[in-house]
Design a protein around this ligand. Structure first.
Ligand code: ATP
Length: 235
């Protein structure tokens, strides 16, 4: 396993948000975490990237414990997080935003090569490289947030609701980008409220309900599951 999260609990003060959550991410795969509002998806992802302290359990990445590491060390180890709502820096240009993704890297030449790669993958970012991020559309900001994450040269990409607030045609574009990135060897953890999209993209899926692990299985199996169809696919 590339990443293994075992029996994780996270509390917000006295409130226990998730408990006993275990997630395994095999090398090269897309794993999704689905569930309704407030189920604990974002909390689980933020625990993986060291943005939230865990109250119980352990997380290993490439066999090494990371659950005690601060977020910047987790990034340095190869895990990049594309946050919910993109969170690009609004008053910085597209290129400046992308460069922030590489701020921990010392391999300056490789950074330039990766910037060229991101511009090749996202021609619209190249066209708008000197434009302020706040002037970009929602879809373009999502591409920018993904590009910024790629600039840290991750082995695992954590994505929190990349489809949120985007028109269906743009969601399709983002979906193709996720597939392409994964086909190039990057492993992905995808958190989504859009279960249809998530189960289409993922190899394996976890369902969270009110902070608990409710179900897991191969994505196509869960797609055919009665409970999942009724509760999350509106079928
Ligand atoms: P959504 O899709 O709505 O973001 P989610 O599945 O990502 O939902 P979380 O955001 O992880 O869910 O929230 C899990 C639980 O933790 C919810 O009950 C939520 O109200 C609570 N929670 C989240 N953030 C905080 C916080 N900063 N302080 C207190 N409680 C929080």
């Amino acid at each position: 396993m590339l990443l293994e999260m075992k029996n994780i609990a996270v509390n917000y003060g006295k409130i226990n948000a998730i408990r006993n959550i275990s997630v395994a991410v095999p090398e090269g795969k897309i794993v999704t975490i689905i569930g309704g509002n407030g189920a604990g998806k974002t909390t689980t992802l933020r625990a993986m990237s060291g943005m939230l302290p865990v109250a119980a359990g352990e997380i290993t990445f490439e066999g090494k414990r990371i659950d005690h590491l601060p977020a910047h060390k987790v990034v340095a180890n190869g895990i990049a997080h594309v946050p919910e709502g993109r969170r690009v820096f609004p008053d910085m240009t597209v290129e400046e935003n992308l460069r922030t993704g590489a701020f921990l890297r010392k391999d300056k030449e490789a950074v330039e090569a990766d910037l060229a790669d991101v511009f090749r993958r996202f021609p619209r970012l190249r066209e708008r490289r000197t434009q302020m991020a706040k002037t970009m559309s929602g879809g373009e900001q999502q591409m920018l947030a993904i590009g910024r994450a790629l600039m840290s040269k991750p082995r695992l990409l954590l994505m929190d609701e990349p489809s949120m607030g985007l028109a269906p045609v743009i969601v399709e574009e983002i979906a193709r980008i996720i597939e392409e990135i994964n086909a190039n060897g990057l492993s992905v953890v995808l958190v989504e409220q859009n279960a249809e999209l998530a189960l289409e993209l993922a190899d394996y899926a976890y369902v969270l309900e009110t902070g608990n692990a409710a179900m897991e299985g191969p994505a196509d199996e869960l797609h055919g599951n009665e409970h999942v169809r009724a509760a999350y696919l509106g079928l």
